[in-house]
Design a protein around this ligand. Structure first.
Ligand code: NAP
Length: 283
């Protein structure tokens, strides 16, 4: 039976550290502040926003919402980003994506000040993940994959890690962060041949494929650690991941459940990034 790698436990440990940092900032009269930019009322965005608001409130981080209509023009969003970039009282910015079709996502990503890019959407942040330059931040979900392994004391150095997925939001930055921990990383994409074999050869398997239940028992090796980033809803309306949990859990040594795994950590990682940005701004 596999150990469950629970996001809530890893998040609690991170939150404790973040709360101490917030208290230290409060002594200097600084309240870490996150701008949240949302266009329209997508249920996914609203649900994540509630999680972010809740987490920030518990940690003493202020949230400044910037809400635009789903059909607002590019210029309106750019004006909001300019305001956020220039506001010294705002330390971080979360923009809900995907953005509506009339918005040029690339231009938006380029417009945000990298030092406020707490969810790793700018090229500067992604370059920072690549080079370790300390500019910007890794995307929160990618960071959460590594943090959850760290929290449970799962060693990465010298380990073979297979990452399924290469999106800029999860797979690619997760692979880079794991590489920086001296893991030997294989990154897979939709054209990868013999995926099950590449999955089985890993000590640690990170799945960010966006395909419900696509990874089954044929991809899991005995003793493997499995991090499932996928979030889906099954036929019964229950949340599930990219990995078929019932097949993987008896074989793996440890696995993140869905829900309650990586997804349960992301708002805590975001909060930690906001506090980090506040500390840097105060220096
Ligand atoms: P995405 O943009 O759709 O990327 C999926 C990646 O998987 C792509 O790189 C794709 O390859 C690769 N892929 C697809 N089929 C494959 C196959 N048969 N073999 C190998 N690779 C394959 O998805 P994403 O944004 O990275 O998100 C991945 C999952 O994580 C989704 O389920 C999403 O809901 C979830 N997610 C969770 C959180 C959280 O907080 N837990 C946050 C964000 C996302 P190509 O590049 O070749 O197309």
């Amino acid at each position: 039976m596999a150990t469950l790698l629970k996001g809530a436990q890893a998040a609690a440990a991170l939150n404790e550290k973040t709360a101490a940092r917030v208290a230290a900032l409060a002594e200097k009269g600084i309240v870490p502040t996150l701008a949240v930019v949302r266009m329209g009322e997508r249920e996914d965005d609203l649900s994540y926003e509630r999680g972010v608001m809740n987490r920030c409130a518990k940690l003493g981080i202020a949230v400044k919402p910037y809400l635009l209509a789903a059909d607002a023009p590019q210029a309106a969003l750019m004006a909001v980003l300019e305001e956020i970039n220039e506001d010294a009282g705002v330390h971080g910015c979360l923009i809900f994506r995907p953005l509506p079709a009339q918005i040029d996502d690339k231009a938006v990503r380029a417009a945000l000040a990298p030092e406020k890019d707490v969810d790793g959407i700018t090229d500067a942040s992604l370059a920072g993940v690549f080079t370790g330059s300390g500019v910007g931040y890794a995307p929160c979900t990618a960071q959460a994959c590594v943090d959850i392994l760290d929290h449970y004391g799962i060693p990465l150095e010298g380990k073979r890690v297979t990452v399924v997925g290469r999106s800029l939001v999860v797979g690619k930055p997760a692979a880079m962060l794991l590489d920086r921990k001296n893991a030997t990383v294989t990154m897979c994409n939709s054209r990868t041949k013999d995926l099950p074999q590449l999955c089985r050869q890993a000590d640690i398997l990170v799945v960010a494929m966006g395909k419900r239940g696509a990874i089954g028992g044929d991809c899991i090796a005995p003793g493997q650690v499995v991090v499932d980033v996928g979030i889906h809803t099954d036929e019964d309306g229950k949340l599930c991941g990219d990995v078929r949990f019932a097949e993987a859990e008896p074989v793996a040594s440890a696995i993140t459940p869905v829900p309650g795994g990586v997804g349960a950590m992301t708002t805590s990682v975001l909060a930690a990034h906001v506090v980090d940005a506040s500390e840097k701004a105060a220096q």
